[in-house]
Unconditional design. Sequence first.
Length: 258
Amino acid sequence: MNILFVGDVTGEAGLAKVQQELGRLRRQYQSDLVIVNGENAAERNGITEQQFRALRFAGADVVTLGNHAWANQDIYNFIDGEETLVRPYNYPEGTPGRGYSIVDQGRTQVAVVNLLGNVYVSTLPSPFAVIDSLLQEIRQQGVRHIVIDLHGEATSEKIAFSRYVDGRVSAVLGTHTHVQTADGCILPKGTAYISDVGMTGAIDSVLGVKTELAIQQFTSQIPVRFQHAQGPARLCAVCVELDDKTGKAKGITPIQVV
C-alpha cells in the first residue's frame, strides 16, 4: 500500500495549495491513505474547524497536529468528536482529542500516531518514554501498519527515535522545521524515515512567515507578531510504500510541487 504524507500546511497559501494539488497527487502516487499535518493552517497557528473540514474535503484521510495544536481556541469545540484529527499522544491523560487514529483500509488497518519531541519544543513526557506501551496497545488491536508523525525541532532526537522504533513501526516522518531534508531512507529493520517532510506554504517567506517580519525580529531582537505570507506556494510531501502483509516499508519518495 502507498501512503502520502503532506508536511506542515501553513496559512491560506498552504491550504490553497493542498486544495489545488492533493487530488492529483493521490492519483499520481496511487495513494491508499493520505495524511496531512495541519497544525499551522490558521492565521495565528493552530487549526479551525473550517480548515480541518477543508483539508478533509481536499482529500486528507487523517490530519495531524503538533506544538501549536491549542493555538486556536476553536479546536476545543470539535476535536473530541473527530476521530481523524490527531494531536500529540504524549499530552497528559484527559487532554481533549486523541493521540492516534486507526483507519480501516478494508484489507488492512493503519494506525496514525502524532508525537511531540522534547528538545527545544516541549516539556511533555519524552516520546521515548511513551512509545513502548503505545505500540503494545496498537499491536493488541491487530494493527501492523503504524505511521508516526514526529513533530520535533532536533534532528538528533528524531533520528535516535527512528532507530529506537526501527522494525516496530512502518514509518517515522518528521515535521515542524518546515524544510524538507535529504535523508529519506529505509532503516535496516524496515522503517521508512525522513527528518522533516517540509512545509506546504508560501515560497516567498521565512518558514511560511512574512519575510519582513522575520527579518524585523532578527534585527531588532524584539518579539514580533508573525503573520503568514501569501502568494505562490510549495507543497512538500513524501510517498511511503508499505508491504501489505508485514507493514514494513519498501520505499520512500520525497515530493515537492511548486
